[in-house]
Design a protein around this ligand. Structure first.
Ligand SMILES: Nc1ncnc2c1ncn2[C@@H]1O[C@H](COP(=O)(O)OP(=O)(O)OP(=O)(O)O)[C@@H](O)[C@H]1O
Ligand SMILES: [Ca+2]
Length: 939
């Protein structure tokens, strides 16, 4: 369920695209401000490029003027109009109205009134359901709020994007979604993906320099196209690399996003495969019923029955037999299921993925932030100079209470100082904690323990190579207070060691590294990683001062290695149990991480991912580079861990799995996961700590960031599917029974066992509350033991079909028996006879509904009171039936008569046969299940 209006827009034809271009070229703040300098922007909006808006009163005034930064849909059509339009929207309803008019003009006032009443009820039930489905889908759209880093009055805080006003200063980093149209005032290595807006997937480089207006003024009337406003960050676009700051120039409707949204408002959301399948099924069934009804009608008229009666019955039969409520119930079931999942902390962004959940047979998961909490604490420190080998690592956990200052040798100090300066996290006074990358935060936190101060204020940063998962390190170039220029680097230890030629000794001097020392460093790093620690190396390099060239990766060489930090990030407590249960359900779990091999193996062991043979079960990213897609696909069965993986690796792994026909769920939190999240059959992102980029690419967001929630989601997904199958069984068996009943009695030249009104009432039961309540049957936790459903499996399986026919057969036989019995007792058709038949059918249907609550388990195993909605629905239906039999008003409408208690008991007994028969079927199934634990019916 994407809130992104462009999702559907991108599939549109060119004609649409052109009009989007028109909309985007209209005057808007981003166009005006992209040619202004930062100074002019600041002056224009009366703000400050470092401190943001100056005062509360200013903010309030702007807020009053511009409103919330929210894009909402236009006012909807009034409800009564939509309600009325339902009467004319459906040809069958029109036919019914027609038949009621005919009755009226032929003097059949009673009939006319009852049919009109029935029409109103049928339409109302349909309307309420449609309305509910719409409301629940709307509710889904509000589940993931957007947040951003706001700087106002010189203070930074994390707020909802909706509070932004023009003039606000916003900080954004890699992985963020831009919260409004911003004039960029500071940009480091900044690349933004604007595919939302332009359809272009390649990220665009952005900077703070204004666009040269003159370039576009040559042709009169030409303006700076949206894709060339390089100092504007557009609302809804995604930061793929680097970070920066920007001043809000446009909010809500005044953004490019808002402009297009306004235009796209009316576009319908695409249907899910299941919904389309249901639409098709509904259509097929309609044609079939039309043919049957046509024949019934024809035979009836040939037999000389009243054509008006035949017409009414046919139309009511058509209303009843055609499961027009089917697609709606499916939507409501999906939507309610999705809301239920949201309560269990899994938010579905795209409705179709619910259906895929039950078919997932492989889960690829990244490690940091998904299997672990991504809450880092530095637990071990090591420097070559003062500690010399790996048996000499400083363990902070052990020395936690002691004073750490005494361990602050010069090389340890140098290591920590690099971590301090080569760092992008900031302290927020409002939240009283650090904000930013957890790895960076951990370093700043350990600094305090050693009694060191944050030195970044005193130093000028002249350039930065920002961290990304491909590069796997971060570097900054600074000018120290003494005027010297240095590059400070931190990152994956293999990378740093490759680029190092010297090391810092215990006197803070730079000494040449030889092979044996290199080995000591890499052994130590490996051993830190084997403890499950994320291990980073730190290094520096002196460069000629005054060099103002842009820093590039080629400059990072000949480094002086200072030390290693090992950071602890333990697995989440609930992951182990989840892994176990997923494996039980034959779901294969693969860990794909950017972290080191040893770290990955340690964590995998802790959470119970099996590593049978470390030789084949663990594969590092660089080996992947030399492998073709086919080779990868052929070995992937044995691999459980991919380490040091880049975003491309993650993508290729998912590709290879899909090539083998696997249905892949991929979980991730970072920018590095986004491409794979998008490709996977279900992308799952983390709601709390995950980046906006990951969320945007995913189909499902876990709001508690907890891997085990996936289990819940798969369970719910399977459950929803079962429920849909169950009410399908119920609806179709009722439909088949009603049709056959009238067809058989027509063929046997019997009078009609049910009149039009009665058929319409049955239709309400079938399409209404009882069916709906089958859709909210709680999930049976045993579904996890079933293997995943194949995606190609039909919904109407053979088993469903058998079940449906069995129930229908009982209903038909029982009802006809009652009808003939009543008719032959006095030799004529009285109101009593039809009342008996009618009530018999309704009782049958309620028992049938009860059986349909579970496909294979006895109702006593499931629990009579496990689904109270169902009990209420059946209770109300029975109450309605009592009214129809005993209240004079309804007696006139339904042409019924009061029945005795004995009659009711008799009908009750007969109709329970459908339930008993189904219980026997389930018993038979259970025997089979006990004998063969691997036997699972497709239902
Ligand atoms: N802020 C950072 N600065 C420098 N190096 C870093 C930083 N964060 C991580 N690293 C290094 O990059 C490596 C891989 O990080 P990467 O982002 O690819 O993986 P991850 O997303 O953190 O892990 P996973 O894929 O399991 O979620 C880490 O092992 C670490 O050595
Ligand atoms: Ca991650």
């Amino acid at each position: 369920m994407s809130e992104n209006p462009f999702d559907s827009y991108l599939d549109r034809d060119r004609a649409h695209e052109l009009s989007t271009q028109d909309v985007l070229s209209k005057p808007q703040p981003s166009l005006e401000f992209c040619t202004l300098s930062v100074e002019d922007t600041v002056r224009n909006l009366r703000t400050d490029a470092f401190k943001g808006l100056p005062s509360q009163s200013e903010v309030k005034q702007l807020r009053d003027q511009y409103g919330n930064n929210e894009i909402c849909s236009d006012e909807e059509e009034p409800l009564w109009k939509r309600f009325l339009s339902m009467f004319v929207g459906d040809p069958l309803i029109l036919l019914l109205i027609g038949s009621s008019l005919i009755s009226f003009f032929m003097g059949n006032i009673d009939d006319a009134v009852s049919i009109t009443l029935a029409i109103v009820i049928v339409v109302t039930v349909g309307f309420v359901q449609e309305y509910r489905s719409e409301k629940s889908i709307e509710a889904l759209n509000r589940l993931v709020p957007d947040q951003c880093h706001l700087i106002r009055y010189g203070q930074e805080s994390k707020v909802l994007a909706s509070v932004l006003v023009p003039g606000d200063l916003v900080r954004f980093g890699v992985g963020d979604r831009i919260p409004a149209d911003l004039r960029i005032v500071e940009a480091v290595d900044l690349s933004i993906e604007e595919s939302n807006l332009t359809g272009e997937n390649e990220p665009v480089h952005k900077s703070a320099s204004p666009v040269m207006k003159e370039l576009y003024e040559e042709n009169t009337g030409s303006i700076v196209p949206i894709s060339e406003r390089s100092c504007i960050a557009f609302m809804g676009t995604l930061v793929r690399e680097g970070h920066g700051k920007g001043i809000v120039v446009g909010t809500a409707k005044n953004t490019a996003f808002g402009k297009v949204f306004e235009m796209m408002n009316s576009i319908e959301k695409p249907k899910t495969p299941l919904q389309s399948a249901m639409d098709k099924l509904g259509k097929d069934l309609s044609y079939m019923s039309f043919v049957v009804i046509g024949i019934i009608c024809l035979i009836g008229v040939i037999q000389g029955r009243s054509w008006l009666e035949m017409f009414q019955i046919s139309v009511s039969l058509a209303v009843a037999a055609i499961p027009e409520g089917l697609p709606i119930i499916v939507t409501v079931t999906l939507a309610l299921g999705v809301l239920r999942m949201a309560k269990r902390r899994a938010i579905i962004r795209r409705l179709p993925s619910v259906e895929t959940l039950g078919s997932v047979n492989v889960i690829c998961s990244d490690k940091t932030g998904t299997l672990t909490a991504n809450h880092m604490t530095v637990s071990k420190v090591w420097s070559l100079g003062s500690m010399s080998n790996k048996s000499n690592i400083l363990n902070l956990e052990k020395s936690a209470n002691g004073n750490l200052k005494k361990y602050l040798t010069d090389d340890v100090k140098a290591t920590l100082r690099i971590g301090n300066i080569c760092n992008n996290s900031t302290y927020s006074h409002e939240h009283a904690k650090f904000l930013g990358n957890p790895t960076d935060i951990a370093i700043l936190e350990v600094l305090r323990k050693f009694g060191m101060e944050d030195e970044r204020q005193a130093i000028t940063r002249t350039d930065e190579l920002s961290f990304n998962s491909k590069r796997k390190f971060m570097a900054v170039r600074v000018k120290e207070s003494n005027g010297k220029a240095l590059i400070y680097v931190k990152g994956a230890y293999e990378k740093i060691l490759q680029k190092a030629t010297h090391f810092v000794n215990s006197e803070n001097k730079s000494v040449k590294l030889d092979e044996s020392l290199r080995k000591v460093i890499s052994d130590t790093a490996d051993s830190l990683a084997s403890d499950g620690l994320r291990t980073l190396a730190f290094a520096r390099l002196e460069v000629p001062s005054g060099s103002s060239q842009k820093l590039s990766e080629d400059d990072i060489k000949g480094l002086t290695f200072a030390g290693l930090l090992g950071m602890n990030d333990p697995p989440r407590p609930s992951v182990k149990a989840a892994v176990e249960r997923l494996s039980e359900g034959s779901v294969h779990i693969i860990m794909i991480t950017g972290d080191a091999e040893n770290t990955a193996v340690n964590i995998a062991r802790q959470i119970g991912i099996p590593i049978l043979n470390p030789e084949t079960a663990v594969l590092s990213g660089d080996k992947l580079d030399d492998m073709s897609e086919d080779q990868l696909a052929s070995i992937i069965d044995h691999v459980n861990i991919f380490a040091r993986a880049t975003p491309e690796h993650k993508l290729n792994i998912v590709k290879a799995l899909q090539k083998r026909g696997d249905i892949v769920a991929m979980t991730g939190d970072g920018v590095n996961d986004a491409p794979a999240l998008k490709l996977a059959d279900i992308g799952v992102s983390m709601g709390k700590m995950g980046t906006d980029v990951a969320k945007e690419a995913s189909d499902m967001v876990l709001t508690d960031d907890d891997f085990s929630t996936i289990l819940t989601a798969i369970e719910e997904g399977k459950g929803i599917f079962n429920n849909i199958q169950n009410f399908l069984t119920f609806q179709l068996s009722t439909s088949v029974a009603a049709l056959s009943l009238v067809a058989i009695s027509t063929a046997l030249k019997l009078p009609n066992p049910l009149n039009a009104m009665q058929i319409l009432w049955i239709n309400i039961l079938m399409d209404g509350p009882p069916a709906q309540s089958l859709g909210v049957e709680p999930v049976d936790h045993e579904v996890m033991k079933k293997p995943p459903r194949k995606r190609t499996d039909a919904i109407l399986t053979k088993d469903v079909f058998k079940r449906l026919l069995q129930s229908a057969a009982f209903i038909i036989a029982g009802t006809i028996y009652v009808f003939i019995k009543e008719m032959t007792e006095d030799g004529e058709i009285t109101a009593r006879d039809t009342t008996m038949t009618f009530t018999c059918f309704v009782f049958f249907d309620m028992f049938n509904a009860l059986s349909c609550r579970h496909s294979t388990k006895s109702i006593f195993e499931v629990g009579i009171f496990a689904n109270n909605m169902f009990n209420y629905a059946v209770g109300f239906s029975l109450l309605g039936q009592v009214c129809a039999i005993y209240m004079p008003f309804f007696q006139r409408i339904f042409k019924t008569e009061r029945l005795s208690l004995g009659d009711l008991f008799f009908l009750f007994t007969i109709s329970s046969t459908v339930f008993i028969a189904d219980e026997l079927r389930k018993l038979y199934y259970r025997k089979k299940r006990v004998n063969d634990p691997y036997y699972y019916s497709a239902v």
